[in-house]
Design a protein. Structure first.
Length: 249
């Protein structure tokens, strides 16, 4: 039976496999129907969880440590090497959270900490939704929302990254060929989240601006600012979100 969270009983767990039901499809169902629960996959290190409240991702727990706060602050240029080393010593000597230590030594403000934690959660969630070829479970209900730090995220970028992980080069080429000489345009240029949440820059911004008018897919591919595989991915994402309008040849 296909995954449909609207027919799933509260406090029940649905078991499926991402080979039959891709991550993007599973996420889309939960987000679209504003369902609360926990999506779980297992890898060699253990269980990984994505928590959703009324369809919005609010936290992620991975089986392995990725993007530690100190390393991320250093990467983003919010702390220097001396502050990083000092904080690591204090963290190792006590039981305080890393974020508290970095604020106590005056390396970052509370606002910078919140911003960095949001980036950390987003990167972990992107890793989660890139999973393929494994079993998954969706446990529906509030009782499954335990054991994580709440960091609300936008769902649309996660759907984009799930699609990106699933569509290989051949699939993206086939997507472009599917439309032939048909014209397309975006019915809504608002992707539901800031462009940087998708990892987009000026090139993608200009491309999305062009999509407010009718263009053939061939024109977008040949004369746009993006490689063909990126064109295919953005168009496929818009189609999945119901934001791509297609005209006859």
């Amino acid at each position: 039976m296909p995954f449909d969270p609207t027919t799933q009983a509260d406090e029940a767990t649905y078991e499926g496999h991402l080979d039959q039901e891709p991550m993007g499809s599973v996420l889309s169902q939960v987000i679209r129907h504003k369902v609360t629960g926990r999506l779980t996959i297992r890898d060699e290190q253990g269980q990984n969880h994505l928590f959703l409240m009324q369809g919005r991702p609010v936290g992620v727990v991975l089986s392995q440590v990725l993007h530690p706060l100190g390393q991320l602050l250093l990467e983003l240029g919010k702390v220097d090497s001396a502050q990083f080393v000092r904080a690591q010593r204090l963290i190792g000597d006590g039981e305080r959270l890393p974020g508290q230590v970095f604020m106590e030594i005056g390396a970052i403000t509370e606002g910078e900490l919140k911003e960095t934690l949001a980036i950390q959660a987003r990167r972990k969630a992107q890793r989660f939704v890139s999973a393929r070829g494994v079993a998954f479970e969706f446990s529906k209900g509030l009782s499954f929302l335990t054991g994580f730090k709440s960091t609300p995220m936008d769902g649309a970028p996660l759907l984009y990254h799930a699609l990106s992980a699933r569509l290989d080069a051949a699939a993206r080429k086939a997507f472009l060929q599917k439309f032939g000489r048909q014209q397309v345009r975006a019915t809504n240029a608002n992707l539901g989240a800031p462009l940087d949440a998708f990892g987009f820059g000026r090139a993608e911004e200009r491309f999305l601006g062009r999509l407010t008018d009718w263009h053939t897919v061939a024109e977008l591919d040949q004369f746009g600012t993006l490689p063909g595989e990126d064109v295919a991915l953005i168009l496929a994402h818009l189609e999945g979100m119901g934001q791509l309008e297609v005209a006859p040849p």
